[in-house]
Write a protein that binds this ligand. Sequence first.
Ligand code: FES
Length: 584
Amino acid sequence: MTPPKKPPENAAPNDPPTPGFRSGLTNYGDAGFSLFLRKAFIKGAGYSDNALNRPVIGIANTGSSYNPCHGNMPQLIEAVKRGVMLAGGLPMDFPTISIGESFAQPTSMYLRNLMSMDTEEMIRAQPMDAIVLIGGCDKTVPAQLMGAASAGLPSIQLITGSMLTGSHRGEVVGACTDCRRYWGRYRAEEIDTAEIDEVNNRLVASVGTCSVMGTASTMACIAEALGMTVPGGASPPAVTSDRMRIAEATGAQAVQLALSGLSIDKILTAEAFHNAMVVLLAIGGSTNGIVHLAAIAGRMGIALDLAELDRLGRNTPVLVDLKPSGQHYMEHFHAAGGMGTLLRELRPLLKLNALTVTGRSLGEEIERVGAAFKQDVIRPLNNPIYAQGGIAYLQGNLAPGGAIIKQSAASAALMEHEGRAVVFKNLEDLALRIDDLNLDVQAEDVLVLQNIGPLGGPGMPEAGYIPIPKKLALQGVKDMVRISDGRMSGTAFGTIVLHVMPEAALGGPLACVQTGDRIRLSVTRREISLLISDEELARRIAAAPATRPSAKRGYRKLFLQSVTQADQGVDFDFLQAPPPKDTP
Ligand code: FES
């Protein structure tokens, strides 16, 4: 971990309060010349000596035409810069990789670690005393937090904010739970081509991130729960003045972080990750949140314990009534007081001493939240929308390393279910057969999709939301038990078992499932089992030994060599930090 930068010991009284542009000098073998040259070039850009004697605040700019979720980036950067300058700092924005969920192939997750490496190395390479990370779309916030955690500077997260909702024939709609719902209706021939085209115009009403409690909103709430945003930073929609004032406040706070040297390792502690898990459960958050949290924790040398997440879940109810678990949208969550209201309700379950970027503890920030008011989006602890946390951790011979299910978005009737497996070998096999009206499948069967894990995908695509076979969709079937080693979008719903470990491409038992096998899911007992004998399972595993996938060159080679399983965040093994020294 890089220690916080401090003014040099021989600093004169008029020297700037932080190393600023004097840090991280380019290697020319002559430090004086390096600084001389740097000053000449920055003056060439029109900066004065006064500007150069200020704390330097880097601003990670993830604007991209390929990322409409970051479409307000120019306004955000302007507001952050204003905040930095009002507080006496010098803002310096710079570009990094940006990943827009629906524009990245094969899947955005494949690129998250690359973005985290870009973010980390550009923070390390360029002179800055603190960093403002601006992200929003699903993979960008985790990538930035991972990179900043490894770089070790004082860091603060700014969220781009959610999109506005739209309206279709009098019904409120928003990406992307409604995208899936209407697409399901179209597949089932309940609506025609003209109407699905009409819906397509209504789902994304403005720039900003998906308007439900999908992965982007989940990571925004998690970032605030971790203490990495200014208070209230998670929820303002992208196009509101609230969002712009949060951006200005973020810039000002970054200067304070630079002056105090409050580095990210003081914020991202075991207590902070506990709070993030509680919030993840209470918001009915995306299952992707677990993978990203594990990756961020791994950068701090902290192992996220999924069994502990499950234990917390038994005492942490879902309080936030947002789609896909509930009925509202992010703009309603914001109007209901956002994270301030939620954290006040969750107070008894939180580690209140965890430090935040304001320099105050989470408990102190909760004390500063205004008085409660009447609203119906964030429930009190004694009147939850779902009695347990949104996510349950499953184990059994089908998933010796564990698997998860988002129980708050599953069908109650399928939570205890035994059925016949219908197996798809990979995504190509799925695409080939799922719409075949002659497919041998019944509503009570269990759909199994193999080889979409971190290695098999590669990149663990969000294909775990296996579509209902067309034959059954036409009969009105809305949900089935579905199992895979992949992920699903946080905006999706259904009785869907995900992140089965070890994945099929590594020779996990999932690879051995055959059509016709019986599978048992019991969410009550936290069980996912393939109902064959141990001997038969061992025989099948021995008969089809797995070879780790590989590639000849480039990023794909690095990815396949180094990517870890879901419980370690699908991070690269060489980017994880060793456990802190005082860990037993
Ligand atoms: Fe960017 Fe949903 S596609 S947040």
